[in-house]
Design a protein around this ligand. Structure first.
Ligand SMILES: [Zn+2]
Ligand SMILES: [Zn+2]
Length: 327
């Protein structure tokens, strides 16, 4: 289907700037109607066949430029539950890339060029958002070592404490991208997103942007999510323990229980960049403008900071420390 202007018949797209549907021809806002064809893979505007990849759900007609949404790929079982609208538009994205490249010595001079507009693609990337209940039982011996000197003698005092922790962590909206073409490490880095702006999926948001249906189901991605979540859980445990020189005999039992999964579309700008015949991608968070990418000059270096906390989280901690012995 395609959104058309009721006034002039022009193509209507979602504008991140105004947060509304805008006619590309006459500029009228929120005055659209849906045009459909029997065959969802034919352009309702010009009748051309739409050539798309296996997972694409929104694209541009190669022949006439109309913003096409492929109905069968946004309906059951591929219908998204949630979507976070683009808030950064193409021109903001170019500005952000310019500002980013300005003081980066490892970015070649032609990173910024006159054709950036054509190399930027706004993509709604499919993500599964997981809700988990995590219970942690942690027991260890915390060792404190104190040394001091008196006269010619050095004294060492070693104290051992029984350290017990019970943590209940509610992870809510823990994300994993469900797209083959988007690199997992980059998508992890492009977070965090503010889910406060997330709403029920609305097909109008896709008009003028690319989108994909999910490429993996939630069970396929669960091991990846759990591995990433385990690191956060460890960080939470460690944040509750301090003042010891080291820990001994650590016993840790973690039980992750999946409660719910939601299919969400999150906005990403993909900037394709060519350098010495190779293609590189930089990604911008379509909500915050945060940029991550691999530098063409040192290709192994991933720039961008690791997202720390992206999911909303409730945590309940119980702890106990008891002196066992002093030597
Ligand atoms: Zn119009
Ligand atoms: Zn067309």
């Amino acid at each position: 289907m395609v959104y058309k202007c009721k006034g002039c018949g022009g193509n209507v797209v979602y504008s991140p700037k105004v947060g509304r549907m805008v006619c590309e021809s006459c500029g009228t806002e929120d005055n659209e109607e849906i045009l459909k064809t029997e065959d969802a893979f034919k352009c309702p505007s010009c009748g051309s066949s739409i050539e798309v990849g296996e997972y694409d759900s929104s694209c541009k007609c190669e022949a006439c430029g109309a913003p096409i949404i492929l109905d069968p790929r946004i309906e059951y079982p591929y219908g998204p539950d949630l979507a976070l609208p683009f808030m950064v538009d193409k021109y903001d994205a170019i500005e952000a890339l310019r500002a980013y490249a300005k003081d980066k010595l490892f970015i070649p001079g032609n990173f910024i060029n006159a054709h950036m507009e054509d190399k930027l693609e706004g993509i709604y990337v499919p993500f599964w958002l997981y809700d988990f209940d995590t219970d942690v039982h942690y027991n260890a011996i915390g060792v404190k070592i104190r040394t001091w000197t008196s006269g010619d003698t050095e004294y060492t005092e070693t104290s051992k404490y029984a350290v017990a922790r019970e943590l209940e962590i509610d992870y809510s909206g823990y994300p994993a991208d469900a797209s083959i073409k988007m690199p997992d490490d980059m998508m992890d880095l492009v977070e965090p997103y503010d889910y406060g702006r997330m709403g029920k999926f609305d097909s109008r948001l896709l008009s003028g942007f690319s989108a994909e249906r999910y490429n993996f189901d939630p069970n396929q991605l669960e091991p990846r999510v759990k591995a990433r979540m385990a690191k956060d859980t460890d960080a939470w445990i460690n944040s509750t323990i301090s003042g010891y020189n080291h820990m001994e005999g650590v016993q840790k039992h973690v039980n992750d229980q999946r409660k719910a999964t939601n299919f969400a579309l999150l906005p990403v700008w993909d900037y394709k960049y060519h350098y010495k015949g190779k293609e590189y991608h930089f990604y911008l968070n379509g909500q915050s403008g945060k940029i991550v990418g691999k530098s063409p000059v040192s290709p192994s270096r991933v720039v961008g900071l690791t997202a720390t906390l992206f999911a909303t989280l409730a945590i309940f901690i119980q702890g106990l420390e008891q002196l066992l012995e002093m030597l």
